[in-house]
Ligand binder design. Structure first.
Ligand SMILES: NC(=O)c1ccc[n+]([C@@H]2O[C@H](COP(=O)([O-])OP(=O)(O)OC[C@H]3O[C@@H](n4cnc5c(N)ncnc54)[C@H](O)[C@@H]3O)[C@@H](O)[C@H]2O)c1
Ligand SMILES: [Fe+2]
Length: 434
């Protein structure tokens, strides 16, 4: 892999990037060691934040048996809202304030792990929620110091919430999806046990796999860290610092594994496919955790916020929703087509790891072929056919565009300057793919 372009001197660019690697334990059976891990961290009384759907499944028994064995006491909170809201987050904060645990253990998908992060933050450093929420919704103040230990045990594999300092939720009061992003929110330890994925419904598995794909391809094609402004002070270096050689390595491998495994895993899951997917999710998490996503994720907040009549099979919810991985991936092929001629070298790398034959292909078309392959995979996994598959029409494009433009944290990590007309064009392109 050629590193040199990243290090060419550039008078205006930012030559530094930081690597925040999470502590991870990976492998089938690792969840059974979580009690030992908690004890090793000095935990005696933890808040166990768990998805109620998981309470009746084997991972819950494995985890609680392990905690019992290690003599770690736990109090359970299971009022998790899938795709959390500010209200459900504050409910968990109230619980944590009552219980006063010495640490947190979360067991569930991104919704559960993110809930534990916010409960940990606000019970450790009480403040109005908006104090820490990303701008423009909140003040984006950094937490005053480290949080309590948090062991995150994912039962999904897409969000990589166990590796990131991000927590995402719907701010119902303001009708917008937003979040909190700071290194201190990163869990102390992620326990990635592929056995936890055994009960995942097929569409949840597919949505997670496409979330991984998008994390990886967005981080790979993100604005180079060298083209981001030099931070005024090192403490303000953002989590989304742009693509860098460390994130590229992880992202290319994640794209390769998803390309080889996802469709197979949706139709005939096995121990091997679950292990591969969880590993790919972790790699992409290391990538986007250090580079940042851009346009497809930036557009996804509007898609998730404005969806009216899509009721996905496999999610524990009675309301219309566009689950995160689906809200992201419906935008991705349109974005890849836009990037095709702008980043031919990176697109050729992605095409190569997807085993796409580039012989006799003009370099500018590699991204189009990656988009075509992605659409083929979406079809095979029964993902909705673009925005129309989620119930949107051309008449929604104005509202979708308007709701996307404030997400500058993500849009400014794209490799080009984005104006309103570009986003509008992308939503038009994302209407349907087949
Ligand atoms: N923190 C981050 O860095 C980050 C990144 C991306 C997305 N997110 C957020 O994470 C959330 C999505 O998380 P997710 O996709 O992991 O899923 P999730 O936690 O929302 O769960 C999805 C569905 O799958 C069920 N489920 C979870 N694990 C299961 C299992 N093993 N067996 C059976 N059912 C299971 C849940 O009950 C739920 O119905 C969204 O709120 C999204 O915005 C966070
Ligand atoms: Fe994501």
């Amino acid at each position: 892999m050629a590193l040199t372009p990243f290090f060419f001197p550039d008078k205006t660019g930012n030559s530094v990037f930081s690597i925040d690697a999470p502590r991870i334990k990976f492998g089938a059976g690792s969840l059974a060691e979580a009690g030992w891990d908690a004890k090793a961290l000095g935990l005696k009384r933890v808040a166990l934040i768990v998805d109620p759907a998981i309470r009746t499944l084997p991972p819950f028994e494995v985890l609680t048996t392990s905690l019992d064995g290690a003599g770690v006491e736990y109090t359970i909170f299971d009022r998790i809202v899938i795709e959390p809201t500010e209200r459900s987050m504050l409910d968990a904060v109230e619980f944590a304030n009552e219980v006063k645990p010495d640490g947190f253990i979360s067991l569930g998908g991104g919704s559960t792990i993110d809930t534990a992060k916010v409960a940990n933050l606000l019970s450790t450093y009480p403040a109005d929620l908006k104090t820490y929420v990303n701008k423009p919704v909140g003040d984006a103040m950094p937490p005053p110091g480290p949080l309590k230990p948090h062991i995150a045990c994912p039962t999904t594999f897409g969000t990589a919430s166990e590796t990131t300092g991000i927590a995402i939720f719907d701010f119902l009061e303001l009708n917008t999806k937003t979040g909190i992003a700071h290194r201190h929110l990163k869990p102390t330890l992620g326990v990635l046990d592929p056995n936890c994925l055994e009960s995942l419904p097929p569409l949840v598995l597919a949505a997670n796999g496409f979330d991984v794909f998008s994390h990886a391809i967005e981080s790979l094609t993100a604005r180079s860290h060298r083209r981001h402004p030099v931070p005024d002070d090192p403490s303000t270096r953002p989590l989304s610092q742009g693509s860098n050689p460390f994130s590229d390595l992880h992202c290319l491998e994640a794209i390769k594994i998803i390309g080889e495994t996802l469709v197979k895993a949706v139709h005939s899951p096995s121990e091997a496919t679950r292990e591969n997917l969880m590993f790919a999710g972790m790699l992409a998490g290391l990538g986007f955790g250090n580079a940042g996503c851009h346009i497809p994720h930036g557009m996804s907040y509007a898609v998730a916020g404005l969806v009216r009549d899509y009721y996905p099979e496999g999610w524990r919810t009675n309301t219309a929703m566009a689950p995160h991985g689906i809200a992201v991936i419906v935008n991705a092929p349109a974005v890849l087509r836009l990037l095709s001629s702008m980043q031919p070298d990176l697109m050729a790398k992605a095409a190569t790891v997807l085993s796409i034959d580039l012989e006799e292909i003009e370099p500018d078309y590699a991204g189009d072929l990656v988009a075509d392959r992605l659409v083929e995979m979406m079809r095979e996994c029964e993902i909705p056919n673009g925005l129309m598959g989620l119930g949107f029409t051309e008449e929604d494009i104005d509202a979708l565009t308007e709701k996307t433009m404030p997400h500058r944290r993500l849009l400014d990590n794209a490799p080009m300057i984005l104006e309103e007309q570009h986003i509008r064009g992308l939503f038009e392109g994302a209407m349907r793919y087949w």
